[in-house]
Ligand binder design. Sequence first.
Ligand code: GLU
Length: 428
Amino acid sequence: MANSVLTAPATASAPANPYITAQRQFDQAAAILELDPGLRAVLREVRREFTVNFPVRMDDGTIRVFTGYRVQHNLTRGPAKGGIRYHPQVSLDEVKALSMWMTWKCALTNLPFGGAKGGVICDPTRMSQKELENMTRRFASEISLLIGPESDIPAPDVNTNPQTMAWIMDTISMEKGYSVPAVVTGKPLSIGGSEGRPAATGRGVTVVTLEACARMGWNPSECSVAIQGFGNVGSVSAELLAEQGFKVVAVSDVFGGIYNSEGLDVPALLEHHRRTGRVGGFAGSRQEISNSALLELPVTILIPAALENQFSIDNAARVQAKLIVEAANGPTTPEADDIFHQRGVTVIPDILANAGGVTVSYFEWVQDLQSYFWEETEINSRLTKIMQRTYQQMDDLAREHRTTLRMGAYCLAVKRVADATAVRGIYP
Ligand code: GLU
């Protein structure tokens, strides 16, 4: 049982603007690549940003107006691709940053997609299923100007799931008059979803963690792991890493975290989470901890699997982990990146670490377009190959440029998009 509460000191500085972070990361890569100034100017901005304010009838009969966004950063290498998130802190700059990261993620793994992202400012924990359905359907209709199998394909992200995608697919299909499964990925299997998609991001996290360990000469059974976030990505990562022999010692969700230096029984924890909806109160925990304290635990591997800006100048020096695997998008500010680099902490960047999700989204889209579906073993083995190959390419470039893995990944991704832009030329 939990018997004490650890808290980390409050952080001092204001959270970084994620879009500024994304642009700073891009600028750094553009400098290493000595990218043409014209191309730089094109790629450091988003192509389209779309804001919608739309009404939704709530259960008590009142009408509420919600604000949502769909941003397309780039469409040079194919349709835009990226999830939709529901969260009270969604902002246009956050969605712009996430759309740019999607461009690099898809280019890095060599998927024929550009980057997009969407979000609605709302608190889904305070909404009924009916209200969520009404909001999702109206938002889908509002952004139907942009989305489609050949133009822009949404997927799940924070607080959205296969059911959300089913409502979007149905709304677009009703408006068209026929079924359009390929308009979204991450759908339920019964309407054209893919085997392996729900676990894909966590599976990708596990593959790259194993790759990093192999390069460092670490045995999984000697590695302790702390995971921040227990949504789809965090919980599946915990499950698969435990299966591979890693010792998962701490996990957290929005309510707080739990810690047991001897290791948590992950299957029992998953069962507890399914039953209670939270990780807190798990019988196998020795200590309750805050989300920020989890990041400073004495562990080998740290996996942020929640929101942006978890590592900043305020806490990066106190991180004890030797390896950080960015399952979340944008968890590390550029200042924290510098501190980790100086201290020899290896960071597997988000655009590779969490790319398993969009990779299997690509497989889902291809299967929908062909109406021909693959077996899960096929999906998982193709996913593993792509993640392993990309890790190697990122590592090679990081060594060649004597830089971080993030910059190795960016150099590969940005160059692919820049080359495609240059060869297509400027219209008209
Ligand atoms: N939301 C996920 C991400 O950030 C998946 C996006 C997708 O599958 O399109 O990568």
